[in-house]
Design a protein around this ligand. Structure first.
Ligand code: 1CP
Length: 342
């Protein structure tokens, strides 16, 4: 096994950590903006396999990252389950809302998702053919809680208020929605693996707003269910879990869910994450994305600090969250140079 990302995921401590970056295909790249314009809009880009593969490859060509992440979105699964989905220019995603048991029951059965998601699997197949042999292909999905927050509110929310409200008012309906997303996510990720994804990542971007029993029931348990089902179907498949802003919830998360690697955000220090999270296995992270905007000596110092903190164990270098549209591609090159040349 020569791919560096797979070696790190298998627990190997490498002299230089392999690197990729969340949202590495995105608006900070002029070539991405050009291809998106060619596609027409964001969703048309996601469902155009050739162009989605092209934007996935762009940051690999430009920067030589060690992994490529499939270009798609976590909200395609709700759409495949029957939710309406559209993107308001300059604002973000909008979906039809689900707040009742009738709404949950009106969703399509999970077997129907592949009809909508076929082009995504085709993107994966193209990438599996076209990526350089040293580059690992990562598939992904949103974790059930994060996906549910969008399906309930119909949009991104700062505090996930509508999802918390439904959970408090009618836990059975809320849990039924989580179950449907969980089962569909298993089939969605499994189809990505069949098409050629070598690793999958579960994005629980809003895990940080779950506490206590809710964190156990709706962040840990669905992830554990998805990971055990995937590993039963695809023995040896490495899984990265990202319970963003989980804080103390990061401790023991890999063991509780069966994840091979935990991605940590930048609300915790790399030293803390090394001591409390990397102690039980590979970690990914966690440079603050704002360095990709500001650059300079601070970026160099912060990159070295992350490398240094995690050098005693298996580590994949990444940002603590996605790179922002106002980032400067030169700063990405500087980060990679700092990492690879010391
Ligand atoms: O205009 C554009 O070009 C759209 C910007 C954009 C991009 C580039 C969106 C809309 N999605 C994506 C791609 C995307 N989304 C990827 C592709 C691979 C890569 O990383 O390069 C991935 C993995 C995602 C995952 C995703 N989508 C998450 C989880 C990760 C995270 O950032 O926390 C979430 C929460 C979404 C929803 C979403 N999609 C897009 C936006 C702007 C949002 C957030 C909306 C909100 O909460 O308000």
């Amino acid at each position: 096994m020569t791919k560096l990302i797979l070696r790190a995921l298998a627990g190997e401590t490498l002299p230089t950590p392999p690197i990729w970056m969340m949202r590495q295909a995105g608006r900070y790249l002029p070539e991405y903006r050009a291809t998106r314009a060619q596609a027409g809009d964001f969703l048309s880009l996601c469902y155009n396999s050739e162009l989605a593969a092209e934007v996935t490859l762009q940051p690999i060509r430009r920067f030589g990252f060690d992994a490529a992440i499939l270009f798609a979105d976590i909200l395609l699964l709700p759409q495949a389950l029957g939710a309406d989905l559209w993107f308001e220019t300059g604002e973000g995603p909008r979906l039809s809302t689900i707040t009742t048991i009738e709404g949950v029951r009106a969703l399509k059965p999970k077997d129907a998702i592949h009809e909508t998601l076929g082009p995504i699997y085709e993107t994966v197949r193209i990438l599996a053919r076209e990526l350089p042999p040293e580059t690992t292909l990562i598939g992904f999905a949103g974790a059930p809680w994060t996906v549910a927050t969008y399906m309930i509110a119909g949009r991104g929310t700062k505090d996930q208020g509508p999802a918390h409200a439904l959970k408090a008012a009618d836990r059975a309906t809320f849990a039924a929605l989580i179950d449907i997303i969980t089962e569909a996510t298993i089939d969605y990720l499994s189809a990505q693996v069949d098409a050629g994804a070598e690793v999958v990542k579960l994005f629980d971007s809003w895990a940080g707003s779950l506490t206590g029993q809710d964190f156990t029931d709706f962040a840990i348990k669905p992830a554990a269910r998805i990971i055990s089902a995937l590993k039963a179907r695809h023995p040896g498949l490495p899984v990265i879990a990202f319970p963003r802003e989980a804080g103390a919830g990061y401790i023991g998360f890999a063991k509780a869910t069966g994840a091979d690697c935990v991605a940590v955000d930048n609300s915790v220090s790399p030293e803390w994450a090394a001591e409390h999270v990397q102690i039980s296995g590979p970690v990914q992270g966690n440079l603050a994305p704002h360095h990709m905007v500001s650059g300079g000596q601070e970026l160099i110092d912060a990159t070295r600090r992350v490398v240094d903190a995690f050098k005693g164990g298996p580590h994949i270098f990444n940002l603590g969250h996605g790179i922002t549209p106002d980032a400067n591609p030169d700063n990405v090159a500087l980060m990679i140079d700092t990492l690879r040349r010391g």
